[in-house]
Write a protein that binds this ligand. Structure first.
Ligand SMILES: [Zn+2]
Length: 158
């Protein structure tokens, strides 16, 4: 694979990371909206509401309590469980977001030198009458010695 093709491949990978990052951010935003809504309902129920309002809330939430005498308690339990689930989801998504952000800022390990920043090169040197093979290092042409690649590093094919 040529350096140009390698760059294209990494660009594509970083682009996908960025897309996932943006999508996650949007999903977290929506979940936070949902959380605020659930919290509002919870506060309303805890504050003492009319029987009619409890029935309306049941409809708004799209649930149906079998026992009308424990309807309020049932909705409260439902809301608390939903809130817990939303919190767990937000937390896990935030961890993924942090991980992706780190990759996008710090870059991925250069696939050519495996993040080392240099490549080994075999050379032959003459020592008197004998030829000796030695290993020399040379700066990695892809990451220019940095070992990491961000989108900016490989923005162009030069
Ligand atoms: Zn490299």
């Amino acid at each position: 694979m040529s350096l140009k093709e390698l760059k294209q491949k990494i660009r594509q990978r970083l682009k996908e990371y960025k897309q996932t990052y943006d999508k996650l951010k949007e999903e977290i935003h929506l979940l936070n909206d949902q959380k605020r809504k659930l919290e509002k309902y919870l506060q309303e129920l805890k504050g003492g509401v009319s029987t009619q309002r409890v029935k309306d809330l049941e409809k708004e939430l799209g649930i149906s309590m079998k026992n009308q005498f424990t309807r309020k308690l049932g909705i409260l339990t439902y809301l608390k469980e939903m809130l817990e689930n939303v919190d767990i989801k937000i937390q896990s998504m935030n961890e993924d977001l942090k991980y992706l952000q780190e990759i996008l800022v710090k870059g991925i390990d250069c696939p050519l030198c495996n993040g080392a920043g240099f490549l080994w090169k075999k050379c032959t040197v003459r020592e008197g009458n004998t030829l000796e093979e030695i290993l020399k290092t040379k700066k990695c042409p892809l990451c220019k010695g940095g070992g990491k690649l961000t989108f900016k590093d490989i923005a162009c094919d030069e």
